[in-house]
Write a protein that binds this ligand. Structure first.
Ligand code: 25A
Ligand code: L14
Length: 330
């Protein structure tokens, strides 16, 4: 792998700090690293591979330097403004916000699923939504082997997906406070069928992101998909029930085999011993956990699975770093 200079934008945020941790853990081969955030955080210190890095304010001249790849997670507005500036200066941006995902000139990538799309970039590559990423890792082997006709997503999403504000709402709620700062209702002791804003069609934006991003990543506009995204009172890891209608008939034993050998997937399905994927198992790891594999007897070729992953790692930081790893192998 060649060594490159790298930048992290939004370095003080929940995803930004995890970028640094993942770069260190995977020993990503960089020469220099630059960290940027808003003015509020300029001057603070972050650490990567034992080196103290001073966070700088992100400005229009930040990319007038020898930066090859920039990992962005500073929200859609920051990406909208600064990713094109970086791209125009020859920096390859891997962007974690939702802003560019559906742009037809921007590849939307999960490295286990559509790595070929990475090299179609015009200097901006989008990291999918966290719930979409783990679902794609689970659906790809099924699509390859059987073909997929229809998908029903039901998600159970942790508060860390909303960043620091969501975590604070849960912490305060668990101490008995009914005041909220992030969500419209207390998240402690509640499930909120409401993630991101409501759209005119009655869906939330999070649900529509799952539907549209899935079609783009799996390269199939004819897929029939519906989704319900729910916030649950957990700090970390998103869980999903996925109901799939396959194109052809299948043997349930073969589905187990398929998942047993797939890169990035850990099969945990031994119900006789109460073994199935849990948030507490997935936390801090980079894999997608799959279990509760069973036939949906209500239709021909129907399948149910339960999928859990760490939303900040595989759902955000790790997936972006994996994209950068593919970029530098060329
Ligand atoms: O538009 P999107 O894509 O939907 O994204 C909206 C938000 O979602 C988070 C991310 O928050 C983003 O801001 N996010 C995006 N994708 C995510 C994913 N897949 C995701 N969360 C989970 N999974 P975040 O907390 O992860 O990161 C915020 C970072 O962005 C920096 N930032 C903001 N505006 C910036 C900017 N950097 C440069 N220029 C700008 N204009 C932000 O830096 C942070 O690094 P910071 O210095 O502003 O924040 C420093 C510390 O302060 C905390 N904080 C932020 N806002 C508040 C706050 N604390 C108290 N009150 C606040 N209002 C930060 O979390 C950080 O710890
Ligand atoms: O589109 O609040 O990447 O759990 C990721 C976090 C959407 C909201 C995205 C959350 C965001 C989501």
């Amino acid at each position: 792998m060649k060594k490159v200079n790298i930048a992290v934008v939004g370095a003080t945020g929940m995803v930004g700090r995890t970028f640094l941790k993942v770069l260190e853990e995977r020993d990503f081969p960089y020469n220099k690293i630059y960290c940027f955030a808003s003015k509020r955080s300029a001057g603070t210190k972050v650490k990567c591979k034992g080196e103290d890095i001073i966070v700088e304010e992100l400005t229009e001249t930040s990319f007038d330097r020898d930066i090859d790849i920039a990992l962005f997670s500073a929200g859609g507005t920051t990406s909208e403004k600064f990713a094109p500036i970086a791209a125009s200066k020859g920096v390859i941006v891997v962007d974690n916000s939702s802003h560019f995902r559906m742009d037809k000139d921007v590849p939307l990538v999960v490295p286990e699923v559509n790595p070929h799309a990475i090299f179609e970039h015009k200097n901006i590559i989008a990291n999918p939504n966290c719930s979409t990423i783990q679902a794609m890792v689970a659906l790809k082997p099924l699509q390859e082997k059987y073909g997929i006709k229809r998908v029903v997503f039901s998600t159970y999403q942790a508060v860390s997906g909303s960043g620091v504000k969501g975590v604070t709402d849960l912490e305060n709620g668990l101490k008995g406070s009914l005041e909220t700062n992030c969500y419209p209702h207390p998240i402690a002791n509640n499930c909120l069928p409401h993630i991101d804003v409501f759209m005119d069609n009655g869906y939330t934006k999070e649900e529509m992101k799952m539907i549209n991003e899935t079609k783009k990543i799996l390269g199939d506009d004819s897929l029939k998909i519906t989704a319900t995204a729910v916030r649950v009172p957990l700090y970390d890891c998103h869980s999903e029930s996925i109901n799939v209608e396959l194109d052809g008939s299948f043997d349930i034993e073969n589905v187990f085999e398929l998942y047993r050998d797939y890169k990035g997937i850990i099969l945990q399905d031994d119900v006789a011993n109460n073994v199935y994927p849990l948030a507490t198992t997935a936390k801090g790891t980079d894999d997608v956990y799959i279990g509760r594999i069973r036939r949906d007897f209500s239709l021909d070729n129907g399948l149910n699975i339960w999928v859990v992953a760490d939303n900040i790692r595989k759902g955000a930081a790790t997936n972006a770093v994996q994209i950068a790893e593919v970029l530098i192998t060329r």
